[in-house]
Structures are given as C-alpha cells and as structure tokens.
Design a protein around this ligand. Sequence first.
Ligand code: ATP
Ligand code: SF4
Ligand code: MG
Length: 357
Amino acid sequence: MSIPILECRDLSKTFSGPPRLFHRTSQVTAVDRISLQVRAGETLAIVGESGSGKSTLGRLLLRLLTASQGDVFYQGEAITQASGARLNQLRRELQIIFQDPFASLNPRMNVESIVGEPLWLHESLSREARRERVHELLRTVGLPAAWAQRYPHEFSGGQRQRIGIARALASGPKLLLGDEPVSALDVSVQAQVVNLLEGLKQQFGLTLIIVAHGLAVIRHMSDRVAVMYLGQIVELASVEEIFDAPLHPYTQALIASAPQLQPGASRTVPMLQGDLPNPAAPPSGCRFHTRCPWATDECRRLEPINQILPGGRQVACHRWQEINRDRSVITLAPPSANFLRRRALFERAVTLNSVEK
Ligand SMILES: Nc1ncnc2c1ncn2[C@@H]1O[C@H](COP(=O)(O)OP(=O)(O)OP(=O)(O)O)[C@@H](O)[C@H]1O
Ligand code: SF4
Ligand SMILES: [Mg+2]
C-alpha cells in the first residue's frame, strides 16, 4: 500500500482557557489521541458540530499548530517538530483556504500583491514574470487577469474566495485544506466554488481535506468522511458508507438532522438531541453517552476503542453491531491481539480504580 500523504498518530492538542480569579485554569483537549491517514489524491471530509475540534485537527495536520502529544507525518517523514527552512517548505506544500474570504484578505493590498505574495516569499522571479504568473493564477480560478489591480472590497464573496484559492495555489501546493471553504457564501455560489475546487484537484493532482458543517457539500465532493465528536473521531468511512449505512449513533443522528439530504424520507433514527457537552469536562466513558439513545452502563464507564472493520472503515461504539443488526450484513473481523490486550488493560484499570474508591 502506498505511503499516505499525511498521517497522524495519537495526536492531541490541549488549550488552556483564560485564567479566572480563584479558579484553576480550565483546559480543553480539542483533539484527543487521533490517528488518521490521508491518502494522496483523495478528498477527505471532516465533519462534526461546532467545537468538536475539526479546525484544530486540520491545523495540527498542516503544522500551523504544534501538537501537545503524538506525531504528524508528511509523505512518511515525521514533521511534528519541523522548524526553520523545512517548516517554510511545508507551508508551501500544505496550504489552507479559510472560511471568511473577506477577513483572510488584506484590504490594503490589491489582488496582484495578495496572490503574488507567496511568489515574493518563495521564488526569485522577476517583476514581469511574477505579474504573468498572477494573471495565469487568476485565469485558473475563473477571474479575468485584468482584475489584478483591484482591491478585495471590489469583489463579491465568491470572487474573494476565488482570490484566496489563487493565493493558496501560488506556491504549488500538494495538499489544500479548506476550513469551511464555502459556508460563508450564498448557496448558488457554493456550488461554483465546490466545482472549482474539484476541477483544480484534477488539474494539479491535489489532495483535499474539507472541514465542513454542510453535509450536502461533503456528500458531493468527498471520497471519505471522518466524523468528529468532542475531540475524537467516532466514525471514518467512505462517503457512500457514511451516508447510506452510517454505523455510529452520532453519525446516524447527524444525517437524520440534515433534512435536505433525505427530502420526504421517513425517519427511523432519532435526531440529534441536546447540546454538545462542555469540552473542558467531557463525559466519562463514551463521550456521546449523554445524548445517545442506546447508552448503557458500559457506555458510561468505558471508552469505546476504535474498531477497524474489513475494508478499512472505522467505528468507535460498544454497540454498533447490535444497533445495526437489521440494517446491514457487515461482519466484524476477529479482534486483534493488540485490541484484546488494550481492552483487558483498560478493564483492569477501571476495576482497580473502582475498588480503590
Ligand atoms: N486557541 C484556542 N485557545 C483555547 N481554546 C481553543 C482554541 N482553539 C480552539 N479552542 C477550543 O477547542 C475546541 C475545538 O475548537 P475548534 O475550533 O477546533 O472546533 P471546530 O470543530 O472547528 O468548531 P467550528 O465548527 O465552530 O469551527 C473548542 O472547545 C474551542 O473552544
Ligand atoms: S458506545 Fe454507547 S453511548 Fe457511545 S455511541 Fe455507542 S451505544 Fe451510544
Ligand atoms: Mg472550525
């Protein structure tokens, strides 16, 4: 099997909250022991409610944030501690497109300077060559080259997002991360930007990671989907598996809560109830247990281990087989020795803990 373009192992990021008088500083583990592989040439979507840690995970993978724990690999090379010239090189190859195209563009710079800035920083091109390259990039994203002298306020939201994409392309990236790249745009413009990203992916052989709330966007453009809940990935599968046969109760509820995906369909799965718990004090055991209609005592006590099923899809739920008994013919491969060992150690730790109390 080929080496993933990006990979993380046991990756965590903990943030300290603001100090409060007479209180200990609260800490939020925004990303909690995530292992994930991104395959070259795929579009991987990361979904989950607001605050689930999607942006933090994306920024850790691109080395825009430094991990508290765990490792990140780029084409097999450990980059967790990369710095200096190597980090600059990584910044060129791993680019990000932001949600708000207006806030991410400097209002005092014209388009030629905005799109051409990475060329200044990374390439020793003549002024003329740089101008020609900017024009070419503008044409690539569907904007007339003649608009290079205009300023961000002269453009619509969709056009500004195209400028942001042209800038991201300027340094010749291998991977683009779109953090909610279309959610600030009108629905009619969203489709145009999604189509542009898909076209660029083919044209330049890019890998895409798309962070998004909008399940319709994800369904349209991704190959695989990682579903996040309170800092962890609870399910990872192909886009067809996620939308046609989701296994995790959280994924099922997310999809049931998006009526635009199934107009007129009768609901067999409960919609998502309640709010996301406080990320600074996540529930014990399975973090979803406070909202899960299937929760048992085991769920409240024991954290489910991520199970890898034949074909590679992953699910972290104690009861996924029972819950989906009537829905599919998926069978679980025999648990590995490592899985059984970790499970036994975990059970033992929980038992010892409760005996000591
Ligand atoms: N710089 C920071 N300092 C402190 N806490 C942070 C910081 N960045 C993120 N967090 C916290 O980490 C958690 C995850 O945040 P993150 O922005 O990654 O979530 P998200 O899934 O991208 O949410 P959204 O969909 O709203 O963008 C949240 O509880 C957030 O408050
Ligand atoms: S482990 Fe239990 S609480 Fe968590 S999703 Fe599965 S059934 Fe629900
Ligand atoms: Mg975010």
